[in-house]
Write a protein that binds this ligand. Structure first.
Ligand code: SF4
Length: 191
């Protein structure tokens, strides 16, 4: 004979419990380099209240963060810094690319501006707009929470697919400088 559970007992899996805890306690690492950063600040303010989603603990300490939010355009010189901060963040970690500049480079189609941060670090969620409004970032956060709940596993197997970003691997500053110089030389030769 089947025995029903009492009303005050519920069952779940360890994976689901871990994902639930993780999605409701995201600690953002703000990497705000331009105007989108102001919208990010507004999102954390009392009017929009990021704290409602458990993600208000912004700390400039990568080792305590698990959500990178890249807000604004990133220039090539900043990319090694961004990569280093990303690598310093412990797993499990996620990344939101906020705004057209971070996602694609936007109107700054120059050799000095990174044409999409996903060429260098893995991005889980893109928030479009110039700038995206705080509501859009909140929507993005909710989508990310859904993703964590759907795909999260205790041992992080979901990250196996994205350990390598689509673009070039971590570059040292010298490599970037050399590649920029060679680009400039090529352009000068063509003229
Ligand atoms: S997307 Fe627009 S608002 Fe955001 S950093 Fe770029 S120019 Fe500024």
């Amino acid at each position: 004979m089947a025995v029903g559970l009492p009303e005050n007992v519920f069952m779940t899996t360890v994976n689901a419990a871990a994902s639930w805890c993780r999605k409701n306690s995201l600690w953002p690492m703000p990497f705000a380099t331009a105007c989108c950063g102001i919208e990010l600040m507004a999102t954390a303010s009392s009017r929009y209240d990021l704290a409602r989603f458990g993600a208000e603990v912004m700390r400039f300490s990568p080792r305590q963060c698990d959500l990178m939010i890249v807000a604004g355009r990133v220039v090539m010189k900043m990319m090694p810094v961004l990569q280093r901060i990303w690598l310093q963040m412990p797993e499990p970690k996620w990344c939101i690319s906020m705004g057209a500049c971070a996602c694609t480079g936007w109107v700054f189609d120059t050799y000095a501006v990174v044409q999409g941060v996903d060429r260098f670090i893995p991005v889980d969620l893109y928030v479009p707009g110039c700038p995206p409004r705080p509501e859009q970032l909140l929507r993005g956060l909710i989508e990310l929470q859904d993703k964590i709940m759907k795909t999260g596993t205790l041992n992080g197997t979901e990250f196996g697919k994205r350990t390598v970003a689509e673009g070039p691997p971590t570059m040292e500053f010298e490599e970037i400088r050399r590649s920029q110089e060679s680009q400039l030389l090529t352009q000068a030769d063509e003229k």
